[in-house]
Design a protein around this ligand. Structure first.
Ligand code: 4AZ
Length: 270
């Protein structure tokens, strides 16, 4: 979760996704950090990323994989709010340090790769966050929540939300499930055949409340902003970073290299 340092509040104001493989970059939503005018809402020095923290009631250093990491720089998409309100709602959040359980190579803190492909209607994707769980934005969970949502076609979505849906957005819905206030910036993901987590959407906005069937939630479509992200940070493809395997048959590794992506209780996002 991404939080304000000054308030020392355990509640973050937005979600984000640690970018694989290093996890030193968080992909989040531009509107989490920038006014519509493009000015920063608050100085970068006042923003921290709380990583591997599923339960917000626990301290930020609850266990060896959790940490509060300072933010070095936040970059918004140059076309944020370009043609439509909340168009290109993506920000690159550079962290000063890599999260401990990514940096140590154990992969206990999960990261995601950017999905370069246009996600088709019918795909089922997972949204995660600590956003409101009620229609009145009063109830916020202590633990990370997840829901599975069906991707809609942009044409169907534009029919429901006329004049609001650009090609850089993706709509998804499921009965009684949605992203909501507080989930912004967080992930819309799936796991590929290898178990690699792929980021398809960035939680962005909704028309009027949450989980209203005819008013789907809207995500920034990652495939449309991959090239821009790659201009600023290293964007690896899954498998492009070869695991370091010992070639020596005489030394047994203390722990066998495993295809299992994580031993942590659940996928972890900033
Ligand atoms: C928000 O403001 C927000 N119903 C995120 C998602 C949705 C609505 C609002 C989708 O963080």
């Amino acid at each position: 979760t991404i939080a304000r340092r000054a308030t020392n509040s355990p509640i973050g104001f937005c979600g984000g996704t640690l970018l694989a493989p290093e996890g030193k970059v968080v992909i989040s939503a531009a509107h989490c950090f920038f006014e519509d005018s493009g000015d920063l809402i608050q100085p970068v020095g006042e923003i921290v990323a709380a990583v591997h923290r599923h339960d917000l009631t626990e301290g930020p250093d609850e266990h060896e994989c959790s940490a509060l990491i300072e933010v070095e720089e936040v970059i918004k998409h140059p076309r944020y709010n370009d043609e439509y309100w909340t168009d290109f709602d993506v920000a690159i959040v550079k962290l000063k340090d890599a999260p401990p359980c990514v940096a140590d190579g154990t992969g206990r803190t999960s990261t995601a790769y950017l999905d370069p492909e246009y996600s088709q209607p019918g795909a089922v994707l997972r949204a995660e966050g600590w956003g409101a769980t009620d229609q009145n934005y009063r109830d916020y969970p202590e633990k990370l929540h997840e829901v599975y949502l069906d991707v809609m076609s942009n044409a169907d979505c534009a029919h429901l939300l006329p004049g609001a849906i650009s090609d850089n957005m993706l709509c998804a819905r499921a009965p009684g499930k949605d992203g909501c206030i507080g989930d912004s910036g967080g992930p819309l993901v799936y796991e590929d055949e290898d178990g690699t987590t792929m980021l398809v959407g960035i939680t962005s906005w909704g028309p009027n409340g949450c989980a209203i069937w005819d008013e789907p939630g809207v995500w920034c479509r990652v495939s449309e902003v991959v090239d821009w992200i790659a201009e600023h940070v290293d964007v690896a493809a899954p498998g492009s970073v070869a695991p370091t395997l010992s070639k020596s048959p005489t030394v047994a590794p203390s722990a066998a290299p495993s295809a299992t992506p994580t031993v942590s209780p659940a996928p972890t996002y900033a």
